[in-house]
Design a protein around this ligand. Structure first.
Ligand SMILES: Nc1ncnc2c1ncn2[C@@H]1O[C@H](COP(=O)(O)OP(=O)(O)OP(=O)(O)O)[C@@H](O)[C@H]1O
Ligand SMILES: [Mg+2]
Length: 363
């Protein structure tokens, strides 16, 4: 008998799922702790929905096992797994009212009428839809529909909440508002949640941890700040946020290992595990780069690369500057804005960054 108290809320253990020749999910293992919100993030077709459907029970893995609070559910049907799922594009019943939609799973589970009424009211209030019980789903906005779907998934008090791209059908402003609401609600209820998105900003903003997926495999698992500041693979570095890359060969000069990028030698962050002759990329975020206009104000120890300003966008709080380097590479730099400081197109500048702010990635 497993010790249920000590186990993770969700445990996916070496799960593989194939569709014909396609390996949708490849030897996937993950533990989600109680109360955690973990996001599966990755490009279209990388296996996010399939993984979620395996946890929900709509899909059987070819191999591997799934546990929910220590109980093996690999072969348990969805309705007996105690999970609530919000599907992409709502999947609401159009011929039913808001009330009937939210009540539906509880009716199927044959809950007493009174309990259903109370739960529907409680959860509609939680998603701020009081007073809309009698409306038909077709009479709601996209954001309201998504709230109904959320209330429906939560009303049965599931142990696990599964959300598959719940915001993808909404426009940008409502998406941001609703993602904050979902996160606040999730924290308030303390419900363990597995969330799927291909939107990296959404993942960074709401998750306790992010699982970056690529072609059915896990590239990296970590807190949003870890994924952002310490990507471990080129894929993660380029998929999450904006990253500038300098790619070349590692060389040893004066007992120190550096990156030879064209004729420039770039210092690597301390502890970089690189051997001479290795092909590597040094990645630097736009906000970790600065510009010097005169060569004098470059901080000691910084890497310096000359270039020409090719494009400037003023965005209020930041200035996004594009600098073209001698080899044609375009580098993006985000500068905090200051009145009177206006880099001009064509201006000669020096890009600078501290080696501490760079990540080294094997190519
Ligand atoms: N029922 C199915 N039959 C055949 N192939 C499938 C089936 N479901 C998924 N696939 C394939 O498995 C792979 C993973 O699909 P999945 O839907 O899990 O991706 P996803 O990461 O959710 O993508 P998206 O961001 O586009 O929703 C894809 O190559 C997809 O074509
Ligand atoms: Mg999907």
């Amino acid at each position: 008998m497993r010790d249920q108290g000590a186990r993770a809320a969700v445990e996916i253990n070496a799960v593989t799922k194939r569709f014909g020749n396609v390996v949708a999910v490849a030897d996937f293992s993950l533990e989600v702790q109680r109360g955690e919100l973990v996001t599966l993030l990755g490009p279209s077709g990388c296996g996010k929905t399939t993984t979620l459907r395996i946890v929900a029970g709509f899909e059987r893995p070819d191999s591997g096992r799934v546990f929910i609070f220590g109980r093996e559910v690999t072969h348990v049907p969805p309705e007996r797994r105690d999970v609530g799922m919000v599907f992409q594009n709502y999947a609401l019943f159009p011929h039913m009212t808001v009330f009937q939609n939210v009540a539906f799973p509880m009716r199927i589970a044959k809950r007493p009428k009174r309990e259903i009424r109370e739960k529907v009211r409680e959860y509609l209030a939680l998603v701020r839809l009081e007073g809309l019980e009698g409306r038909y789903v077709t009479q709601l906005s996209g954001g309201q529909k998504q709230r109904v779907a959320l209330a429906r998934a939560l009303a049965r008090s599931p142990k696990i909440l599964l959300l598959d791209e719940p915001l993808s059908a909404l426009d940008a402003k409502i998406r941001i508002q609703l993602r904050e609401e979902i996160r606040q609600l999730q924290q308030k209820l303390g419900i363990t949640t597995l969330y799927v998105t291909h939107d990296q900003e959404e993942a960074l903003s709401i998750s306790d941890r992010i699982v970056v997926m690529n072609e059915g495999n896990i590239e990296q698992v970590g807190a949003p700040t870890e994924i952002y500041f310490r990507p471990r693979t080129l894929f993660v570095a380029s998929f999450v946020g904006t990253m500038n890359f300098f790619t070349g060969t590692a060389v040893t000069t004066g007992g120190e290992i550096k990156l030879k990028w064209h004729e420039v030698l770039l210092s690597l962050p301390p502890g970089a595990n690189v051997k001479p002759g290795e092909a590597i990329s040094v990645g630097v975020r736009p906000e970790r780069l600065s510009l010097a206009f005169d060569g004098v104000t470059i901080p000691p120890g910084h890497n310096v690369i000359p270039g020409d300003v090719s494009f400037v966008t003023f965005l209020g709080s930041i200035m996004r500057v594009e600098v073209m380097l001698a080899d044609g590479t375009k580098v993006k730099i985000d500068l905090p804005t200051k009145e009177g400081v206006n880099p001009q197109r064509g201006q000669k500048v020096y890009l600078c960054f501290s080696p501490d702010d760079a990540v080294v990635l094997k190519t």
